[in-house]
Design a protein around this ligand. Structure first.
Ligand code: ZN
Length: 386
């Protein structure tokens, strides 16, 4: 943890100037722009730091770097299923009513809830053209808020769309998850706000709302669906989630020390890859996901250590990892390399990719996960005792 190296930082939510840099990943390229495979290195990069406001407790991106247009990858099935679950949850909470009006603040990564909500009879309003006469009973935000550089303005715009008695529903990665699971790689250019439940409740109260209910889901390690409305107080289950986050010191610099330590553990990956290369083994990886970008850059990986990254998204194939010469290839091309080890950047996909690429293990290769150092996964045949 260091004192603020950028004088003049102002909190995106409360405007306060006092705060601390709690995570510093150094210079990082944009994570959402996969350069063409033959594009010359080095890629543009900018400092990537998380700053914690001492006034309101919002963890946030310290600097605004130019962010290129977003790559719309294949929306993972897990994301689609989460949207189904969240909309179902809102319906069971009585917030999705036929004829009710809904406005959405979407994410640039896609994944709208509107088809699900209008499918249940709600009337969609255009969030950019809502008049006082036509405000929304329900305003939904699926990973939209974090993309707003001015978090205070963003919250104000969401609240302004609410009809009297209306509900704001936000789905976001909770900062408690980031801290509990050492998810330092979730700090990204273009993702400005990293909300904890305590900080979010305090911010919403400044805008006249209060957190009412929060539900936790295991997507991405732990995502929360939060509802807020005027005058609300958290129910018992929600207070428990808030207390769990407070216990992680989500609004105190001390809660972030392990995050920096985890980011510094990337040398374990580099050391392992150097040893694998020395042993004559070919290592590839799977999942050219956003979270893999800072890992590859921070560990200093290149194609001599990591032959390729396989990914099912055609939009990424033919490109290379940002900040590195490691190519992104199709799953078939990955299998064609006959890798001895395949490092899985998305451990929750293990069962899925293992079933999709049986050639890897059939030809003697092993899947490897990180936690924090690399660990080979026993082949299926060993598990089943065959
Ligand atoms: Zn603040």
């Amino acid at each position: 943890m260091t004192d603020d190296p950028t004088p003049g930082t102002r909190c995106r939510a409360c405007g306060g100037a006092a705060g601390t840099v709690v995570l510093d990943l150094g210079e990082q390229p944009p994570w959402d722009r996969m350069p063409a495979r033959d594009a010359p290195l080095p890629d543009p990069a900018a400092p990537l730091r998380m700053w914690l406001c001492a006034g309101c407790g919002l963890a946030q991106l310290q600097t605004d770097a130019a962010v290129a247009e977003e790559l719309h990858g294949v929306e993972p099935l897990a994301m689609t299923e989460q949207s189904d679950r969240s909309v179902g949850r809102l319906a069971r909470a009585g917030l999705v009513r036929p004829g009710g009006r809904v406005a959405e603040f979407g994410s640039p990564h896609g994944g709208s809830w509107l088809p699900r909500l209008t499918g249940r009879g709600m009337v969609a309003l255009d969030a950019d053209a809502v008049s006082a006469a036509g405000r929304a009973d329900l305003v939904v935000d699926f990973y939209g808020l974090l993309h707003e550089p001015d978090q205070a303005d963003a919250l104000a715009r969401r609240v302004a769309l609410l009809a009297p008695g209306g509900t704001l529903a936000l789905q976001l990665l909770s900062l408690g998850t980031v801290l509990r699971d050492d998810q330092w790689f979730d700090l990204r250019h273009g993702h400005y706000g990293y909300w904890s439940l305590p900080a979010l409740d305090a911010a919403l109260r400044r805008h006249g709302l209060g957190v009412h209910r929060a539900w936790w889901y295991p997507l991405s390690g732990g995502t929360v669906l939060v509802t807020a409305r005027a005058g609300a107080e958290p129910d018992a289950g929600t207070r428990r989630l808030v207390d769990e986050e407070r216990a992680l010191a989500v609004t105190e610099p001390s809660g972030f020390a392990r995050l920096q330590a985890a980011a510094d553990d990337t040398h374990l990956l580099l050391d392992w890859l150097v040893a694998e290369r020395a042993a004559g083994r070919t290592v590839a990886a799977y999942g050219a996901a956003s979270r893999a970008v800072p890992l590859v850059c921070r560990a200093g990986l290149d194609a001599s250590l990591l032959a390729a990254v396989g990914d099912a998204s055609p939009a990424k194939q033919g490109h290379r990892m940002p900040g590195s010469d490691v190519p992104v290839v199709s799953p078939d091309e990955l299998a064609g390399l006959h890798p001895d080890r395949v490092l899985l950047f998305l451990p929750e996909l293990l069962d899925e990719v293992r079933a999709a690429l049986p050639q890897v293990e059939a030809s003697g290769g092993r899947w490897v996960v990180l936690g924090p150092g690399p660990r080979a996964v026993e082949p299926v045949s060993a598990l089943s005792g065959c």
